[in-house]
Structure formats: structure tokens, C-alpha cells
Design a protein around this ligand. Structure first.
Ligand code: NAD
Ligand code: GLY
Length: 355
């Protein structure tokens, strides 16, 4: 088992990573505040993984709350349903919530944990690649509002993150690829060597080699832990994790949430950010080609939806959380391995790129 730490003073917590770790009782049990825990999961993940988790938690008083699968259920209705169930089962501030699922379950459970009786402990057990390399680490929790994604939420850190890379064996290919978009993101914004390594190990990753998956997850979690430790509340460097997201959120919103997976939209968005970088001379054309080729190797989209032009993007991007003082903030790479936040991309340049 490898263990990393998110260093946040008294709110620091470990990330445990291993293939098969879900069955290991020492991975979660020591982090429970009392002998009572509630697992939040969905109808897809429950039949695949709940039994292993329950085995590892033998002796703990466990309640299980199942919600329907899908991004459309990351909402206030499910938030309220969970709170009601917690109250009915006499959960208290020392009951631990356990999020067993992908980013939807993790974000929703984390927000319930942040809110129930003003805060209860929670544990992240992420089961998709995206949630293992990104959403389970760093304490961003949220639900969606009909007018915007992740518009209601809190920064609230878990007690531990337990990552079983073997859970990826049942993940659909398109969900695996969506996670790879976030993996590639780390290479572009922070670690050129890791980007090189990804280029050299595409086949092993596509075959889900446990050794390669564990290395990838460790590397991404380490980068995310470093960034979050420096800037928990996204006042600076943490914004770099949003590479491709300004364009990507516009694609998701325009296409209807769920029609393009988040990672797919981020993939096309990262290419647009790299094209912008080439245009202003911050990236070589050859680096843009490498980014495009790596994303394509994982069957990720590298172009925006055909009908979306600059005006369509602008309509959505104005609502983005990254708009500050009316100016859209973009994350633009400066070569592979480094990126900056800028508000200085004018609309005429965007028009050249987006059409
Ligand atoms: P998801 O949670 O919807 O999971 C994708 C699909 O895979 C679902 O159908 C799920 O039931 C299924 N699934 C999960 N684990 C499985 C497994 N092991 N085998 C088979 N099927 C499995 O989506 P996601 O991509 O994990 O997360 C996306 C969400 O994460 C979005 O809501 C996004 O806003 C959020 N997010 C949050 C952060 C953050 O920092 N908090 C960062 C990135 C994304
Ligand atoms: N996924 C972006 C962040 O956690 O900040």
C-alpha cells in the first residue's frame, strides 16, 4: 500500500492507494470517529463493491443509503433525501459518512457531511479514475443547481481517501478515458516528465496494468496534494487544475450535462487552451500536436462540437465560477509542464480559435 498525505495542518489526511485495498479493514476502520457509519452509494456501484467494503467494516454499525446513478442526481433533492435518512436513523456528529462511488457520490456525500449538524466526518472511497485522481482529493464538495453546475457547495476535507485501483476493472471504457483527460491535465500543467511517461505507456494504461495504474494514481494524487496544500481555497495555484474547464464547462452546458462526459469536455477544452497558447507564442506547435495525439490515443475528443462557435462559448463562459470582475479567467499552458492563469485573452483571439 502506498500512502500520501494532504498537508493541511490539523485537517491533514492520508490517501491510501493499492489494488484490492477495499477489502483491507485497516484502510478505513481506524479513521472512523465512532462505531457508527453510513455508506452513500448508487445502484451501479453498490452491487459491484458494497460487499467488500462491508466485509472490511465488520463490527461497525452500518447503514447504507443508495441513490440513483447519474450527474442529474447530484442535486438538492438527493441532498435532502440523505439528510432525512440520517435524521431518521439517529445519525449524529460522530457518525462517519462513507462515499462509495465516483465524483457524483463523492461531491454529494461531502456536501452532506459539511452540512449535517454543521459538519460530520467523512471518508472518500472513489471508484472511477476521475474521482481517484481528482475529485476525492482536495475537499471541494457540491451539488448542482438547475442554473449551474456545482453552484452550491463547500470546501470540506475528508478524514481519509482510500483508493482501490482494482475497482477500475469494471469501469466502462468511456469513463476510463474521461479520467485519463484529468490525468493528462496534470502532465500539462505541472509535470513534463509525467507527460513523457504517459506518452510512453499508453498501451499498458489501456490494458489497465495494475502497476501502471497505481503509479498514475499516485503521481496525480501527489500533484493534487501539493497544489491543495499550497492553496486550499483556490486563491492562486489551485486554479491551474481547471485547465480546459472554462471551455469544457461551456461544452457540457451547451450539449446538456451527461451527453458529453466531464472529462471528454475537458479534453476538447484543453486542446482549445493549447491552441490559444500557440497563438500567443507560449507553446510550440509540436507540443500542441503531442497533447492532441496523447488525448486521441485514449479516444478522447480533441475538437469542439461542430455547431459551437465563439458566441455560443461566450454565452456559457460568462456564467463560469472562474469569472472575476466580469473578466473570464483562462488557464493557458506555457509549454508542456507549466501553466498560468490569465484574464488577458481578448474576444478577437478567441474568435480566431473558436470560429
Ligand atoms: P460519476 O460519479 O457519474 O461516475 C461515472 C459512472 O461510472 C457512473 O455511472 C457511476 O455509477 C459509474 N461507476 C463508478 N464506479 C464504477 C466502477 N468501479 N465500475 C463501474 N461503474 C462505475 O462520474 P465521475 O466522472 O466519477 O465524476 C464526475 C463528477 O465529479 C462531476 O459531478 C464533477 O463535477 C465532479 N468533479 C468534482 C471535482 C472535485 O474537485 N470535487 C473534480 C472533478 C470532477
Ligand atoms: N478539480 C479542481 C480542483 O479540485 O480544484
Amino acid at each position: 500500500m502506498s500512502t500520501l498525505t494532504v498537508e493541511l495542518g490539523e485537517r491533514s489526511y492520508p490517501i491510501h492507494i493499492e489494488s484490492g485495498i477495499l477489502k483491507n479493514s485497516s484502510s478505513i476502520k481506524p479513521y472512523l470517529t465512532s462505531g457508527k457509519a453510513v455508506v452513500i452509494t448508487n445502484n451501479v456501484v453498490k452491487p459491484l463493491m458494497l460487499d467488500s467494503l462491508l466485509e472490511a467494516l465488520e463490527g461497525i454499525d452500518i447503514d447504507v443509503i443508495e441513490i440513483p446513478d447519474g450527474e442529474q442526481h447530484k442535486n438538492l433533492t438527493q441532498f435532502e433525501n440523505i439528510i432525512t435518512r440520517l435524521l431518521e436513523s439517529n445519525a449524529s456528529r460522530d457518525t462517519t459518512l462513507i462515499a462509495l462511488g465516483g465524483g457524483v457520490i463523492g461531491d454529494l456525500t461531502g456536501f452532506v457531511a459539511a452540512s449535517f449538524q454543521r459538519g460530520m466526518p467523512f471518508v472518500q472511497v472513489p471508484t472511477t479514475l476521475l474521482s481517484q485522481v481528482d475529485s476525492s482529493v482536495g475537499g471541494k464538495t457540491a451539488v448542482n443547481h438547475p442554473l449551474g453546475k456545482n453552484m452550491i457547495g463547500a470546501f470540506y476535507q475528508p478524514k481519509v481517501v482510500v483508493i482501490d485501483s482494482a475497482s477500475l476493472n469494471t469501469l466502462p471504457d468511456n469513463e476510463f478515458a474521461a479520467g485519463m483527460a484529468e490525468v493528462i491535465k496534470y502532465g500539462i500543467i505541472y509535470d513534463a516528465e509525467f507527460f513523457d511517461w504517459l506518452e510512453s505507456n499508453v498501451d499498458a494504461l489501456l490494458q489497465k496494468s495494475p502497476e501502471h495504474l497505481n503509479y498514475t494514481i499516485e503521481k496525480c494524487c501527489q500533484i493534487k496534494a501539493d497544489i491543495v496544500a499550497q492553496d486550499e481555497r483556490e486563491n492562486g495555484i489551485r486554479a491551474l487544475l481547471n485547465l480546459g474547464h472554462t471551455f469544457g464547462h461551456a461544452i457540457e452546458a451547451e450539449m446538456g450535462y451527461g451527453n458529453w462526459l466531464h472529462g471528454e469536455a475537458v479534453s476538447a477544452g484543453m486542446v482549445l487552451a493549447c491552441q490559444t497558447a500557440v497563438k500567443i507564442g507560449w507553446m510550440d506547435e509540436s507540443e500542441l500536436t503531442r497533447v492532441t495525439q496523447l488525448l486521441t490515443a485514449f479516444s478522447l475528443p480533441v475538437t469542439q462540437p461542430e455547431h459551437m462557435d465563439c458566441a455560443t462559448f461566450m454565452k456559457h463562459m460568462q456564467h463560469d465560477k472562474k469569472v472575476k470582475s466580469g473578466k473570464i479567467r483562462f488557464i493557458i499552458p506555457k509549454g508542456i509542464g507549466h501553466a498560468v492563469v490569465t484574464q488577458d485573452i481578448d474576444e478577437s483571439m478567441l474568435k480566431d480559435i473558436l470560429g
